[in-house]
Write a protein that binds this ligand. Structure first.
Ligand SMILES: *Cc1c(COP(=O)(O)O)cnc(C)c1O
Length: 394
């Protein structure tokens, strides 16, 4: 029976359709037909959470002190572990009382920050393409999104000079993310300096998503926003354990930076949730304390896959620049083919799942994103199937 007497709120109905939805249906149908899917569509790391983290969680589970509501602001131990980690990584001191807040994954915080800081009609600057929460959060808040169009010609970095003065004056918040999902682009430190100067000049809250802080290769070290002088006055930065530590299902992230902004987010969240299960916060401390060798192995795993897939795609006609970070390849569709068409063609003919670039905004049209989330032998099978299906870049 159709519910004709009630419908979802405008803020839900106004959301652009999820391109993933049609892909999901087709995936389900392909599975029913017994097709062996190689799913390189999601940003969902394959493999287990590191054993020391699992062990720490198992121990913490046994402690009844962890079984009640956790403190709203996260456990002191986890917040202190965040501050220690941050200083070790970036040489920046944080006050664990107020400048670091644990989150139920960074997606939750990125979206709720929009609700905490944006009134209906407020103007937000968001790159396009972008990670969906960066524009969907503001849309849910009723804000107006001004897209900062990215392009291959500009190495997928934001062209601050292209932002009209009246837009910069009106904008209240700007989201950005380097190393970048979905394009794999990185931004030089000078860009971070420019963006901080821009935000200070126009009094814009900077929201940086440093999800791929540690998935960087070939000696490249991503910049953290808070390394830039003055950034803490106008910015916050989101981090997650999901990608680096294969903990996507655990839902642990955190935000660091300006204490007033963090307090605003915390005030909203106090009304919505109780934060992360304390046992998991205890395990998360262990993750942040894992030795460098763990990170080196993760980095090696992804960079090997990157190199392998780029070499294989080259034999099929693609010339793809090597991303210095993230777990993605950003791959142009064959000329004359749109993102959705190409992703569906690949799925139907090979069982390989890739994400159409337009899922990240119209600025991603003409590209697909391939996640490096399968072992080399599976990537080889995916390449073989592309070749046998005659799918090439030409
Ligand atoms: C994966 C991803 C996230 C989500 O992280 P969670 O902490 O699991 O919510 C946030 N931002 C970007 C850019 C991502 O790719």
């Amino acid at each position: 029976m159709a519910l004709d007497w009630i419908s979802p709120a405008d803020r839900v109905q106004a959301l652009p359709p999820y391109v993933f939805a049609r892909l999901d249906e087709l995936k389900a149908r392909a599975r029913e037909q017994g097709l062996d899917l190689i799913d390189l569509g999601m940003g969902n790391p394959d493999g287990a959470t590191p054993q020391p983290v699992i062990d720490a969680a198992a121990r913490a589970l046994q402690d009844p002190a962890n079984h009640g509501y956790p403190p709203f602001e996260g456990t002191g131990n986890f917040r202190r572990a965040i501050a220690v980690w941050y200083e070790r990584r970036y040489g920046v001191q944080l006050d664990s009382e107020g400048e670091a807040l644990p989150l139920l994954g960074s997606k939750e915080g990125l979206t709720h920050l929009a609700l905490a800081y944006l009134n209906p009609g407020d103007l937000v600057l968001v790159p396009n393409p972008a990670y969906p929460a960066h524009f969907r959060g503001p849309l849910i808040a009723g804000a107006r999104v001004h897209s900062l169009m990215l392009s291959a010609a500009n190495n997928w970095t934001i062209d601050l000079g292209a932002i009209p003065d009246e837009v910069a004056r009106e904008a209240k918040v700007m989201y950005f993310n380097y190393p970048n999902n979905p394009t794999g682009a990185t931004a030089p430190r000078e860009f971070f300096e420019e963006v901080v100067a821009f935000a200070r000049r126009h009094e814009i809250l900077l929201v940086h998503d440093l999800c791929y802080a540690e998935l960087a290769f070939d000696g490249y070290q991503p910049t953290s926003l808070l390394e830039i002088e003055g950034a803490k006055d106008i910015g916050v930065e989101f981090h997650t354990l999901s990608k680096t530590y294969n903990m996507a299902g655990w839902r642990v992230g955190f935000v660091v930076g300006n204490r007033h902004v963090i307090q605003g987010l915390r005030t909203l969240k106090t009304n919505l949730d109780y934060g992360i299960f304390a046992a998991l916060q205890s395990a998360a401390e262990t993750a942040l304390q894992l030795p460098e060798t763990y990170l080196e192995n993760v980095q090696k795993r992804y960079s090997n896959r990157r190199d392998f897939l780029i070499a294989g795609l080259e034999k099929l006609g693609w010339k793809i620049p090597k991303p210095l970070a993230t777990m993605y390849l950003w791959v142009p569709c064959p000329p004359g083919m749109g993102s959705t068409d190409f992703a569906l063609t690949v799925l139907q003919n090979t069982g390989v799942v890739v994400t159409p670039g337009n899922a990240f905004g119209e600025g991603g049209e003409g590209f697909v994103r391939i996640s490096l989330i399968a072992e080399i032998d599976r990537l080889q099978t995916a390449l073989d199937r592309l070749e046998n299906a005659g799918i090439r870049f030409e």
